[in-house]
Design a protein around this ligand. Structure first.
Ligand SMILES: Cc1cc2nc3c(=O)[nH]c(=O)nc-3n(C[C@H](O)[C@H](O)[C@H](O)COP(=O)(O)OP(=O)(O)OC[C@H]3O[C@@H](n4cnc5c(N)ncnc54)[C@H](O)[C@@H]3O)c2cc1C
Length: 534
């Protein structure tokens, strides 16, 4: 029986760096199991028209190696899906990692053998592997949420989910297309599909506040500057609560006079991108201040969209700005000025069922050739719970997490020894520029494993008491913000029927979180239980 030191599940940003760290820095025998046919994770699966990163390319890169950073040149301010997929393939080959990755390897079961202290890892094709450590790098946004609409079988058209887009791009030209969902993905796919469709019908439940991306091609001078600013950008990202390369504003919107405030919003709007939400320091904690941002965006939308009824629907917000993942866009609102694009409010006209040639809402019947679900993911827990994970005494993760995920620091789960989670529930994960959160986790996990090796420890486990304490910290952090006001938000499980409605990520900031994790390591992991090698 071949026993690996570590098995990593997933070959996206997380799995690749974890492989490099354990294999090349610690010299361990490691295998990566990946369900897809290639590396990339998110950027392997999300091939829909318009798929692109909202984080700027120079920040959406690995920073663990300056050489690697300098060897790659991004072509645009925000990279497209094909470019990020190419980048992750480049990293895989530069670090010679392909041979440790098994593709088409979907893990179905992880069973801990308490006597031998090893994990048995079962694949869909019935293969099995054994490992001392398992590291889940399965991603936070990787289990597609496909709404159950009755009579799907009756529909004679094509149905796609953006998170599982076919490798061979479907021909959408001249077709009647429906898109359900107006979150970050819908906002990217809608303008691109509109260019191809004969008619596009957008089914919207909740409008989102979107800010222009203001994308542009990068020049050689931009590349040189990005390389020169590597250390500075890294420092900025380490200090920023969301892992972004800019400073927090120290100005409160409420305390800024209205003329100056509007001037600053205009400047941020013209600059475009995610930094808009950092225009002022108090947008996520003070409702009066938040309203100034919401009203500014509302006015902008109304100035772009010609039809008053459509503009009203697009600004009928039910949550404060930033309490759901705030998207950025290229021509999203402008798209609704096209004669061949229609916006349907499914809040007061809900979808009832598919019919053979389209979809039926409570008020009308829409003819469609293609339906695109831009309905996101069962975020943060869905992919983990899609596997049967059994820890001590065959305790099942799906039972332990019945009322919501329980972890210590989002990294370890009581009763599941030697199972580490990268960007797991309870960590800042999706509230950040994720490569920074991923690097922090990979480095913490690798250091912890190194510590165990030097101490001759066989297993690490967190106590339920420590996990409960961390759960309270996560809830306290969110109570200081507006995140709980967005009832349908996927941060809260609000997009998935029957999912426990608890706020999942840690909202206290990646900078603060990193310090907390460092303190645990400095204290020699005293909150954790280790067993010694026999
Ligand atoms: C459309 C979209 C846009 C995004 N834009 C941004 C952005 O602008 N900025 C940002 O910071 N983040 C963004 N994200 C988040 C993005 O997921 C992360 O930035 C990052 O790519 C996550 O990397 P990962 O390796 O942790 O997970 P993923 O990239 O999700 O990779 C996980 C891998 O695990 C594999 N896997 C899962 N379950 C199994 C199993 N049971 N067996 C075997 N393999 C399995 C999957 O096939 C997948 O390849 C975006 C996400 C989406 C979906």
């Amino acid at each position: 029986m071949q026993i690996f030191d570590a098995i990593i599940i997933g070959a996206g940003f997380s799995g690749l760096y974890q492989l490099h760290s354990l294999r090349d820095k610690l010299g361990l025998k490691v295998k990566v199991l990946e369900a897809g046919e290639g590396v990339g994770g998110t950027w392997y699966w999300n091939r829909y028209p318009g798929a692109r990163c909202d984080t700027e390319s120079k920040a959406y890169s690995y920073y663990f190696s300056k050489e690697l950073y300098e060897e790659w040149n991004w072509s645009e301010r925000y990279p497209t899906q094909p470019e990020i997929e190419k980048y992750l393939n480049f990293v895989t080959d530069q670090l010679n990692m392909r041979k440790e990755i098994q593709f088409n390897a979907q893990v179905t079961d992880l069973i801990f053998d308490e006597n031998r202290h090893i994990w048995r890892v079962l694949l869909k094709n019935k293969e099995q592997y054994f490992a001392k450590f398992v590291i889940s790098a399965v991603g936070c946004l990787s289990f597609a949420n496909v709404p159950t609409i009755p009579n799907r079988d009756l529909f004679r058209g094509e149905v796609y989910h953006t998170g599982n887009w076919p490798k061979k791009n479907p021909n959408l030209k001249g077709k009647k297309i429906g898109v359900i969902g107006t979150g970050s993905t819908g906002i990217q796919v809608i303008p691109e599909v509109a260019k191809l469709a004969k008619k596009l019908i957008v089914f919207q439940r909740t409008p989102n506040y979107s800010v222009p991306a203001n994308n542009y091609k990068l020049t050689e001078a931009d590349q040189i500057r990005a390389n020169e600013e590597f250390d500075k950008s890294k420092q900025l990202m380490l200090q920023h609560r969301g892992g972004h390369p800019w400073k927090h504003s120290n100005k409160a919107a409420k305390k800024t006079n209205p003329v100056e405030r509007t001037k600053l919003y205009e400047k941020a709007w013209d600059n475009g991108g995610l930094s808009f939400r950092d225009t002022f320091s108090d947008l996520s904690v003070d409702l009066e201040s938040n309203n100034t941002a919401s009203n500014f965006i509302k006015d902008k939308i109304k100035s772009i969209v010609h039809d008053h009824h459509t503009a009203d629907l697009l600004t009928d917000f039910d949550h404060p700005f930033g309490s759901k993942r705030p998207p950025i866009d290229t021509n999203y609102y402008e798209t609704f000025n096209r004669k061949d694009v229609e916006l349907i409010n499914i809040r007061n006209n809900p979808i009832e069922s598919f019919v053979s040639n389209g979809i039926k809402t409570s008020k009308q019947h829409y003819e469609l050739d293609v339906m695109i679900f831009a309905t996101g993911f069962d975020a943060l827990t869905g992919t983990l719970l899609n596997m049967n994970i059994e820890g001590n005494n065959n305790i099942k993760l799906k039972n332990v997490w019945k009322s919501g995920p329980i972890t210590n620091l989002g990294l370890l789960i009581p009763n599941f020894p030697n199972l580490f989670l990268i960007t797991g529930p309870g960590s800042p994960a999706v509230l950040t520029n994720m490569p920074r959160a991923i690097e922090q986790h990979v480095e913490w996990i690798s250091e912890c494993i190194h510590f165990m090796i030097t101490k001759n420890y066989q297993t690490i486990e967190t106590t339920s008491k420590a996990a409960d304490k961390w759960g309270n910290t996560v809830q306290d952090a969110v109570n200081d913000t507006f995140f709980l006001s967005a009832k349908h938000s996927w941060y809260l499980g609000g997009n998935i029927p029957n999912k426990p409605k608890v706020f999942i990520p840690y909202a206290g900031g990646l900078n603060k979180y990193r310090k907390l994790c460092d303190m645990v390591a400095l204290a020699k992991y005293d909150e954790f239980i280790f067993t010694e090698e026999k």
